[in-house]
Ligand binder design. Sequence first.
Ligand code: OAD
Length: 248
Amino acid sequence: MGRLTIPDKLIELVREADSITVLTGAGVSAESGIPTFRDPKNGLFTNVNIEDLATPQGFRKDPKKVWEWYQMRREKVKLAKPNPGHLALVEMENRVRDFTLITQNVDGLHRIAGNKKIIELHGNIMKNKCFDCNQAVEEYESRGSIPPQCPYCGGLIRPAVVWFGEMLDEADIAEAESATRRCKIFFSIGTSSVVYPAAGLITIARHSGATVVEVNPNETPHSRYVDYVFRYPAGVFLPELVKAVWGT
Ligand code: OAD
């Protein structure tokens, strides 16, 4: 990792932009100690079968295994704190009139950091809902059953996250697309950009004329099409950007 320089042109564009949209992925939380999904060594999806853990079929086949995998992840999330990358995005929201943060992360760290306008495209790992009746379930008695049972219909409780093969919330995706279409600058930060429809927002941003900036230590399928690429951790790049633009 060489010395980080941010082109003056980009600093000026960010300073003048009255509309900025940011898409984040697991990489933003990596520096808070939460593993990413596709890290070749320590990823949550390394050495496991995604179908078994993150699909409705997997839950139907072995609900206990899926529930326990999510409980393990919840324990990690509970210990995690926002890092300088998260905090820089709060500063950005405070400075920009029309700011939208679209996240694929389910860890809730952006909200804990202090961002307000957040679209949690893939849900929130701390929330639950019923696999059968789909009701949000806030409180339940586990009575020894794993997963616990729905207090309304007796079905199985599952985390309120989006699994492969499931639809995103329609209102969320509509709002995310609208924020992407109207922004002057679009940041894609810490995402491998291989999961759709989230990754498609990067293409929408480009086609809508936004300046598109990727922040990721590694290449993604979108890298070659964007306007600026910074091969840095989010917790390094974002505080530097905020300092360069607003002097804080
Ligand atoms: P991935 O694990 O696919 O990608 C994480 C990205 O973060 C990689 O491209 C890394 O290079 C990058 N990265 C690692 N450390 C970083 C750092 N400190 N700063 C910036 N970038 C860093 O995670 P996502 O792209 O979020 O969906 O995965 C997308 C979706 O796939 C997830 O939301 C999840 C998963 O299936 C659901 O659960 C529905």
